[in-house]
Design a binder for this molecule. Structure first.
Ligand code: HEC
Length: 156
């Protein structure tokens, strides 16, 4: 490293750290979940699972919250894309137990909070953590169809 680069270094650090601050601020005031979760459904190369946060659904199995989630599912127009009772339309069926991005609580949370690339909007900004967990609780409460039209390599 020459002297000019050395002189520029503090400036570069300053710019970088202010970018970082902005990135943190842009996630909003909603209590921030970890940036990534450990995906249960993913295959870890060499059996070594990369570090990831864990999220716990505060309403797991709560039927009253699931019922609220069903109302929110309609109010937020989730059913406009996923169909009534999440049975599928332009968005996938969320009740068959077959997931593109994983069906564990944390994985469903990430799908709704941050969205998914092929047409799933990110709802974390408008619903916050509590709203998204309410929807996760509803989706996880959906009865699993026992007569699936197609088979998955993974048992639902
Ligand atoms: C504009 C249409 C649209 C709306 C509105 C929408 N979704 Fe989606 N959703 C999609 C599409 C399309 C996908 C598939 C995305 C992909 O494959 O990348 C998806 C994927 C998902 C997934 C992941 C499914 C999987 O197989 O892993 C979940 C969970 C989900 N949506 C829940 C919701 C909830 C809850 C709402 C309401 C808050 C909602 N969606 C609103 C279109 C929509």
């Amino acid at each position: 490293m020459n002297a000019r680069m050395l002189m520029a270094l503090p400036f570069a650090i300053l710019v970088l750290s202010s970018c970082q601050q902005r990135a943190v601020r842009s996630t909003g005031s909603a209590a921030a979940p970890p940036p990534a979760v450990a995906y249960e459904a993913h295959v870890a190369a060499g059996g070594r699972v990369p570090p990831g946060g864990t999220l716990h659904n505060p309403h797991q199995g709560d039927k009253a919250v699931a019922a609220n989630g069903a109302l929110l599912f309609t109010a937020m127009n989730c059913d406009g894309c996923h169909g009534p009772d999440a049975t599928g339309s332009v968005g996938p069926n969320l009740g068959v137990g077959r997931w593109r991005y994983g069906g564990a609580d944390a994985e469903v949370f990430m799908s709704i909070f941050y969205g998914r690339p092929k047409g799933m909007p990110a709802f974390g900004g408008v619903l916050g953590e509590e709203g998204v967990w309410t929807l996760v609780t509803y989706i996880r409460s959906l009865p699993k169809a026992d007569n699936l039209a197609t088979e998955s390599w993974e048992k639902p």
